[in-house]
Design a protein around this ligand. Sequence first.
Ligand SMILES: N[C@@H](CCC(=O)N[C@@H](CS)C(=O)NCC(=O)O)C(=O)O
Length: 206
Amino acid sequence: MAEFKLHAFEQSGHAYRVALMLQLAGCDWEGVRVPFFDGVTRTETWRETHNEMGEAPILEHGETKLTQSGVILDYLADITGQFGGRSPEERREIWRWILFDNHKFTSYYSTLRFLLAFQKTGETEVVQFLRGRVLAAYGIVDKQLGHADFIVGERPTIADFSMAGYVFYPEETGVDVPGQFPAIEAWKERIRALPGWQAPYDLMRF
Ligand SMILES: N[C@@H](CCC(=O)N[C@@H](CS)C(=O)NCC(=O)O)C(=O)O
């Protein structure tokens, strides 16, 4: 049995960011597929047995069971000694960007993608509103990445993996217009070049 068990599904960027950390940190891990599109996370039973918040991913490590990808990333950085902050200031800076990511960068994008790619809503007012919010958040991250190679300085940290959750998925959202966010594009190439990197649908085949 692998040391780490990740409850996840391949369409989930919230899960991908954790899978990416496990992969890049060289952890011994395995995936357990959550049948999300069958509605399992919305059942009372699953919430009682797996996660009262009704969400994936979940990480199991021995007796420890964690949810919320930001917390899981922080835990893995501690356990592995990789990709975490090296000073209290750096740790706070990492958390600042993880929270921004959870609230805006990833949250708006994942909802936009869900509506367009899986609910097939087409261009509604909600879609247009969300895309506007995504573009604003992307603009902020693009500016930040104009100052340094990674979100918090010159080396990759869990803040980058958090933000990388959805940026490698192929689904069309009308956000990835080439040339619009050059610093994000260059950052994606740097993440892609990290040893062991794999795209979401390759990394989460389980
Ligand atoms: N903030 C959470 C978000 C997790 C999340 O939203 N996961 C989605 C799947 S990608 C989910 O389980 N949603 C449950 C639902 O929509 O019922 C995290 O980062 O772990």
